[in-house]
Design a protein. Structure first.
Length: 85
């Protein structure tokens, strides 16, 4: 939850062509993104991109906790083979 991480989230929010602000830097939202992605930039990008596409598909034009939960993203821990988990 560093300032660099919050700036990264803010840059994603500016880059996505959504009609409404998602407020990704709000603490509870930023923590959820960090927990899902396990803090890697590639996974943060993948998660937020899928969530943005989900938001467009839903017609909400805003990344919400529902779009994070429902976008089909699998966290790194969920992608690991059971033998390595």
């Amino acid at each position: 939850m560093s300032d660099d991480y919050l700036r990264l989230l803010a840059s994603f929010e500016v880059a996505f062509p959504l009609a409404y602000p998602s407020k990704l830097v709000e603490r509870s939202f930023a923590e959820q993104i960090l927990n899902f992605s396990e803090g890697t930039i590639g996974d943060i990008s993948a998660l937020l991109t899928r969530a943005a596409l989900d938001a467009i598909g839903r017609g909400t034009e805003q990344i919400t906790k529902a779009s994070l939960d429902g976008c089909g993203y699998l966290s790194p821990r969920d992608r690991r083979p059971a033998a390595l988990a």
